[in-house]
Design a binder for this molecule. Structure first.
Ligand code: SF4
Length: 353
């Protein structure tokens, strides 16, 4: 075991960790699915990002853009027809992609865990909530049953549920409480990274706000890093430091929330933001994004957004746009921002909703 510590709790880094490496670094990740006809479809391609300690990053985009697939691929939870076909997912510098299930058990839930959408489906309906939280503590951390149950009670209180409710079954809790219990389960082994996959979907607005405040508080108090998958941009605006916008399995734009949401650059980000009420004022004449995402079984060449983009140029139909990093920390994959082309830069300055 290395002696380096991380986080405010002074936890030890796992064996084999590189203390100088980023907390989570994903490089050129590609995920493919096998269709019933035997064809192989690329659902995610060339995906790169990093998450630093204590940081919260949101992944946004339309349904089917690859947000959840990306999240599931990080922790080897893709359905049977999916596989990571390229790239690396490094946690503390340790690449999780080539690990066997047995090897991954050292990291999944212990170092990186997940809160799924729809707590009623994710919780076991015939097992008491406290036991469901205690189980990973006992099994994965090797603690005694008594110690695990005591810790489960503490975790329930941490997420705002009285520990006496540990004996309740999921159906005896409200929707908000079930989601809190899911968060307690994700925290059971004291992970460094928590992935939330639409953690507030299906909750009413009040409960949604409470869950977001809870995540924010836990991030502050525990030094957690959050990767938040959501189609709701206001959730990202309230909770995250950075946002990554995905389109058709690729990164369209990524950067600090304060910059991307106030001055979006990629034409898709502009359209996505204009299809939501204004993040700060709640007002805006909403507009639809014309057309629909490409069929990834037969993706068009060049930029995948080109058929829907009012700024498309001839180059967009033939060349995949490279990712351009700007000085203010924003990364954008669009030919309008290809360095050194004044004409395109002029066109870029006209991109607006
Ligand atoms: Fe539009 Fe071209 Fe940029 Fe794609 S690369 S978003 S088609 S301008």
């Amino acid at each position: 075991m290395t002696t380096e510590v991380r986080g405010r709790l002074g936890r030890l880094l796992p064996d084999g960790a590189d203390p100088t490496a980023p907390l989570l670094e994903v490089r050129d990740l590609a995920v493919r699915f096998r269709t019933p006809s035997g064809a192989s479809v690329r659902a995610v391609g060339g995906m790169s990002f990093r998450l630093d300690a204590g940081e919260a990053m949101g992944i946004a985009g339309e349904s089917g853009c690859g947000k959840t697939t990306t999240a599931l691929s990080l922790v080897h939870l893709l359905p049977g027809t999916g596989r990571v076909s390229a790239g690396s997912v490094k946690l503390f510098g340790i690449d999780l992609v080539p690990l066997t299930e047995r090897q991954l058990a050292r990291y999944r839930w212990r170092e990186i865990s997940m809160v799924f959408q729809g707590a009623m489906n994710a919780l076991n309906p015939v097992q008491r909530v406290g036991d469901q939280i205690a189980e990973p503590i006992e099994v994965r951390l090797g603690q005694s049953r008594d110690a695990s149950r005591k810790r489960a009670g503490e975790l329930l209180e941490l997420v705002g549920i009285p520990r006496q409710r540990a004996s309740a079954y999921p159906h005896e809790l409200s929707g908000g409480m079930r989601q809190r219990a899911m968060i307690a389960m994700a925290l059971a082994c004291d992970p460094a990274v928590v992935i939330g996959d639409e953690p507030t979907t299906a909750l009413d607005v009040m409960v949604q706000a409470q869950i977001l405040q809870l995540l924010e508080r836990l991030r502050r108090e525990l030094g957690l890093s959050l990767l938040l998958i959501t189609h709701d941009l206001s959730v990202i605006a309230e909770t995250c430091d950075r946002v990554m916008v995905m389109y058709a399995g690729r990164v369209a734009e990524e950067g600090p929330v304060s910059r991307v949401f106030t001055a979006p650059r990629h034409p898709y980000t502009v359209k996505l933001l204009s299809s939501f009420p204004d993040i700060r004022t709640g007002r805006r004449a909403l507009s639809m994004i014309p057309g629909s995402p490409p069929d990834l079984r037969t993706p068009p060449p060049g930029c995948l957004f080109a058929p829907r983009c009012e700024h498309a140029m001839p180059v967009c139909a033939v060349e995949t746009p490279p990712e351009i990093n700007s000085d203010d920390g924003v990364r954008v994959a669009c030919h309008l921002f290809t360095a050194g082309d004044a004409v395109r830069r002029d066109a870029a300055s006209e991109v607006k909703a």
